[in-house]
Design a protein around this ligand. Structure first.
Ligand code: BTN
Length: 254
């Protein structure tokens, strides 16, 4: 994939204390025609956005909220591969600096000890005339430590954090830097798909019974495999094999 820059060394990092959403700002920068790989990172988001129109709880001091603006020359249909690659990059970074081995719930929620600690929202800026993705925004939100006031009630059951309290030596900056490096490394060589086996090894759904919500309807299925483009291959209750391609699909473990 030809990237905007031949090497990843030269990138812009823009830091905010407070921002609505780093993805929103990243999109603005993309639409202005970003000439470099750009990273927006914020201490706090007041309107953090999640997948499927949800919000992402982004209090100060406890999380890492960042968005990368990239320019891959991929077709819109391959965008799910970017998302898959990004989640492997985040897992590698977490493993490297903490030793903790995270799990991935398709497509790109990252879990530790059965709780979601990372959410990723990938958005594409597409040229409608030729179907090519002009920019890709990869938004990554990490619950680094448990928030001061704990999680709001509605997140209590699902949300977790990498650490209960601030670790002695590891900083959020260090983890953020590793994440940026690992994600760029993988995305720079996306077409080789070398990370897919690693993705599968982190998967918490493969071989399991899951519930799939498509067009507002929940159905039971078994997750069988991940295809070459990061799609989830499932067998539904009537035995039919189907490939799910992220988008507006939710899954739940059973
Ligand atoms: C999800 O789990 O639904 C995805 C959450 C993605 C959150 C990150 S935080 C940084 C970036 N900016 C946003 O507004 N959202 C993403």
């Amino acid at each position: 994939i030809p990237w905007l820059l031949p090497d990843n060394q030269n990138l812009d990092i823009i830091v905010y204390k407070t921002i609505g959403s780093t993805n929103q700002e990243a999109k603005k920068i993309a639409l202005e025609g970003a000439k470099k790989i750009t990273v927006i990172i914020a201490e706090e988001q007041t309107r953090g956005r999640g997948r499927m129109g949800r919000s992402f709880y982004s209090p100060p001091k406890s999380g890492i909220y960042l968005s990368l603006v990239l320019r891959p020359n991929v077709h819109a249909s391959e965008a799910v591969l970017v998302t898959t690659g990004a989640s492997v990059g985040v897992c590698r970074a977490i493993q490297k600096v903490t030793g903790i081995e995270p799990q991935i719930k398709w497509v790109n929620d990252i879990y530790v000890n059965g709780r979601k600690i990372v959410g990723i929202l990938t958005e594409a800026v597409t040229n409608f005339e030729n179907g090519l993705v002009e920019f890709i925004i990869i938004g990554i939100g990490i619950n680094f430590k448990r928030p001061e006031d704990d999680f709001p009630k509605d997140l209590e059951e699902i949300a977790g954090a990498l650490f209960d309290k601030k670790p002695d030596t590891l900083t959020r900056n260090r983890l953020a830097a590793e994440i940026i490096n690992e994600v760029l490394n993988i995305c720079g060589d996306l077409n080789k798909r070398g990370f897919l086996e690693e993705y599968k090894s982190h998967s918490m759904v493969l071989g399991k019974k899951i519930k799939v919500c498509k067009n507002n309807q929940w159905q039971s299925a078994t997750a069988i495999d991940i295809d070459n483009d990061g799609g989830l291959i499932v067998r539904n209750e009537s035995g039919k094999i189907e490939t799910l391609n992220s988008g507006e699909i939710s899954i739940r473990r059973m």
